[in-house]
Design a protein around this ligand. Sequence first.
Ligand code: GMT
Length: 375
Amino acid sequence: MKIGIVCYPTFGGSGVVATELGIELSKRGHEVHFITYKQPVRLDLLGSNVHFHEVTVPEYPLFHYQPYELALSSKLVDMVKLHGIEVLHVHYAIPHAYAAYMAKKMLEEEGINLPFVTTLHGTDITLVGSHPFYKSAVTFSINNSDAVTSVSESLKKDTLRLFDIKKNIEVITNFIDIAKYNNNFTDCQRAMMATDEERIITHISNFRPVKRINDVIKIFYNIQKEIPAKLMMVGEGPEKEEAELLAQELGIENKVMFLGNSNEIDRILCFSDLFVLPSQTESFGLAALEAMASGVPVISSNSGGIPEVNVHGVSGYLSDVGNIAEMSKNAISILKDDETLNKFKLQAAKQAARFDIAKIVPLYEAIYQKTLRKS
Ligand code: GMT
């Protein structure tokens, strides 16, 4: 098939999922076209089966807001006509599903049929999509997609609760390329980060309020009182400065490293002992799955779709949002001795294997086929 993929090209989970999906589809013989405003961060190899088409939005002073949807839908029309793209897969409803619908309608005028699949990722529904200003457009574009998928059961429920949805939503969970995370690194360079006696705790996110970054710092503060440890904070975002200040206030700034955005998540996870994800809400928690695939147990909140990924007492522990005391206690219970830690590491890796890319990508292929057959 010739498949067009629209996504955010940034470090966010939806962009990562879209990119990994596109790469895998190309390996399976499909021709994949990424259409977005920048080359996706994890798309470093443009092989003959993977193409990238940049959407440019010229700045014009009259426009207070530059019309990205317009530029995107025009680009979609042009690329479909030029490359014969047969099906479009848009990740994140806002504004991608809306732009896809417009492209579909424009192409219809020219006798070209373009089915499009919308994958809902989380904040497009839970935080942004339900905002009254966006609600009508998001409801319309979901209901007018040829197929709709959601990355967890929890997100499907949220979507049905928040919007008037007439369309069937199929749950296709996020996935992980297990082979990539069965890291072959002979040297993780752990020694650069911590001594042999220290445990390494990691958090990776976009540092937005929903991630509750300060909880991560507080949980770590409690851990390091009991067990020698270092904290790796990976990512960039609006809450970073406050978290840095909190680490200073607590006197642990020399144990907390803010590493910024990284393209080497697998390397960082390779030397990590525990991953902390105390989010307010999380439709899936791809970062937790990436950690588990590297054999890193997870201490998380029990919100949204996280319980579908992290299994209490198996791959880590779950607690109510904001229950820092319990999260700290559970973290310490995993880290306290090598035997327990190694048991949880193995269990985390085993649980992650349920989400292997090889099991999930055929489900998307089947959806593309179905939309093509219907049209
Ligand atoms: O985590 C974020 O805030 C980024 C956001 C995104 O759209 O890129 O992540 C959402 O999609 C990910 C991939 O499906 C999910 O793993 C995240 O749980 C989800 N984030 C939230 O629901 C807050």
